[in-house]
Design a protein around this ligand. Structure first.
Ligand SMILES: [Zn+2]
Length: 422
C-alpha cells in the first residue's frame, strides 16, 4: 500500500515540474466581468480599455479579419504575452465562459509592442484579451496609446434594403417608399464617398416569409412597444439570396422607447447578415410626449439613416454625449479621436456636470444604442455654434446643414466594411 502511495506522489511531482517548465503556457482567463469593449480602427482614447486590457476586455472578430493590437513599450517590464479567449455569453449577457484561442508573443517595432493575428472564425465572434506578465500573472505594466487595427477581404461596396413596417403613410412632405428609397440612395452615394452603394431594395415586413404574420399592415409600428425588440433584429438578413447581405434599414412609425429619438443603431454592430446587430431603425415620426409626435420630412429621415449607418460601421459621435458615457463608461473618450473632426466643449462640459448621477448599465454583448437625438433644450448651450454641428456624426439635430464625413471618418468606414462578410 505504501509503495503505491510513493509512486503516485513521484508521478504527480514529475507532471507538475514538467508543466511549469513550459514558459508562458499558462492560461489567464478574463477575471473582471469584461466591463469594456473595443473594435477595429476606433481612434478614441479609451483609457478604460487600456487599463483593463490585462484583465479582460472584449471585441468582435470577423471571419478572416487581419488584426493588429499595439501599445507603447513599458521599459520597466518585459513584453507581456497577449492571450485571446473566445467568449460565449448566456442569454441576458450576465455570465460568460471563455476558451483560450491565441497566446501571442509581442514584436517590438518603433517603441511599441505589436500583436498580429488573423481570425479563423466562420462567423462573427466575441473574443476577449488578457496580458500575461513575467511571473505568469496578469501584466501590471503600463498600457499607453492602445490601438486596435483591422482589415478584411470583403468588397468596398454594399446594398441597402429599406424594410417598411406597419401602416406607412409616407413622409410629412409627401414621399412614398419609392421616393424615399430614391432619395436615400442618392444621398448615401453623395456622402459615403469612395464606397460603392450598388442598389436599394424595398421590402415589406408583412410579407416576410417567416415573421410577416407578426407585422400587420394596418397599424403603426411602435419600436420597443409593438414588440419587445426595439431593433427588430428578426427582420435583418432578408431571406432572399440577393438581399440577405444588404444593410437593413427598418422604417417604423416611431421609436417609442424614449422621446426625441429619430433613429437607432449599435456602435460597430457590423453585421450585414441576419440576427443581432443586423438592423438600423428609423422613425417616420418622432415621439414628443406620450400623447404627441412629430411627422418627419424625407430629409430628416435620410440624414438620420446616414448618421446611424456611420455608427454601424464604427464611427462615434464627434462629441460624446451623456448617453454615450452612460453606455460606454469611459470618460477619456470624450471625442472620436479622429484628427480631422472637431468636437464641442459645451456638450462635453454639460456631460461632466452630470457625471456623478450616471447609472452604470450592462453593456456586455448588447452594445449601447447610438440614437440621433432631437433636443429643443438649451442645456447644452447653443448647439448651432458647435464646430462639429455640420458633421454627419454630430449627435444632435441642429439648424446647421450637414456637410458630410471627414476624410478620417471615411477611412474608418472603408476599412471596417472590408471586415464584414457581405
Ligand atoms: Zn448617433
Amino acid at each position: 500500500m505504501k509503495k503505491v502511495f510513493f509512486v503516485c506522489v513521484f508521478f504527480f511531482l514529475a507532471t507538475f515540474i514538467g508543466c511549469s517548465s513550459e514558459k508562458k503556457d499558462v492560461t489567464l482567463s478574463p477575471d473582471n466581468g469584461l466591463p469594456y469593449f473595443f473594435y477595429p480602427n476606433d481612434l478614441a482614447k479609451q483609457d478604460s480599455v487600456a487599463a483593463n486590457l490585462a484583465y479582460g476586455t472584449y471585441f468582435t472578430v470577423h471571419p478572416q479579419g487581419a488584426y493588429k493590437l499595439s501599445f507603447d513599450v513599458d521599459p520597466s517590464y518585459t513584453a507581456p504575452f497577449l492571450q485571446l479567449h473566445r467568449v460565449s455569453f448566456n442569454e441576458d449577457g450576465t455570465r460568460y465562459s471563455s476558451r483560450r484561442v491565441r497566446n501571442l508573443k509581442a514584436t517590438e517595432i518603433n517603441g511599441r509592442w505589436e500583436y498580429s493575428f488573423v481570425s479563423e472564425e466562420s462567423d462573427l465572434a466575441i473574443w476577449a484579451t488578457t496580458l500575461v506578465g513575467e511571473d505568469h500573472d496578469y501584466y501590471s505594466g503600463r498600457v499607453d496609446h492602445f490601438l486596435f487595427e483591422g482589415t478584411g477581404l470583403y468588397s468596398s461596396s454594399f446594398n441597402l434594403n429599406l424594410i417598411v413596417t406597419g401602416s406607412f403613410k409616407g413622409t410629412a412632405d409627401g414621399y412614398d417608399e419609392n421616393d424615399l428609397a430614391a432619395k436615400l440612395i442618392t444621398s448615401f452615394r453623395n456622402i459615403y464617398q469612395g464606397i460603392q452603394i450598388d442598389t436599394i431594395f424595398i421590402r415589406y415586413a408583412e410579407f416576410h416569409p417567416k415573421v410577416g404574420h407578426l407585422y400587420p399592415d394596418n397599424e403603426p409600428w411602435l419600436a420597443g412597444t409593438s414588440s419587445k425588440d426595439v431593433m427588430l433584429n428578426e427582420l435583418g438578413g432578408w431571406p432572399e439570396k440577393t438581399i440577405y447581405d444588404a444593410l437593413d434599414l427598418v422604417l417604423v412609425h416611431r421609436i417609442d422607447e424614449s422621446t426625441g429619438v429619430l433613429g437607432y443603431s449599435s456602435l460597430f454592430s457590423a453585421n450585414l447578415g441576419g440576427g443581432e446587430g443586423s438592423t438600423i431603425v428609423l422613425g417616420t415620426h418622432m415621439k414628443n410626449t406620450s400623447t404627441s409626435e412629430t411627422w418627419l420630412k424625407a430629409d430628416q429621415i435620410v440624414e438620420t439613416a446616414i448618421h446611424e449607418v456611420g455608427h454601424f460601421f464604427g464611427l462615434r459621435h464627434t462629441t460624446t454625449t451623456i448617453a454615450d458615457f452612460t453606455g460606454l463608461q469611459d470618460f477619456s473618450s470624450f471625442e472620436d479621436g479622429i484628427d480631422d473632426t472637431e468636437w464641442c466643449s459645451s456638450v462635453f462640459g454639460y456631460a461632466l456636470t452630470k457625471r456623478k448621477s450616471i447609472i452604470p448599465t450592462d453593456i456586455y454583448v448588447r452594445r449601447p444604442l447610438m440614437p440621433k437625438v432631437y433636443t429643443g433644450a438649451t442645456s447644452y448651450g447653443n448647439l448651432n455654434e458647435c464646430p462639429d454641428a455640420s458633421n454627419v456624426m454630430f449627435p444632435f439635430v441642429t439648424d446647421v446643414p450637414i456637410t458630410g464625413f471627414s476624410k478620417g471618418q471615411l477611412e474608418i468606414i472603408s476599412k471596417n466594411l472590408t471586415l464584414i462578410p457581405h
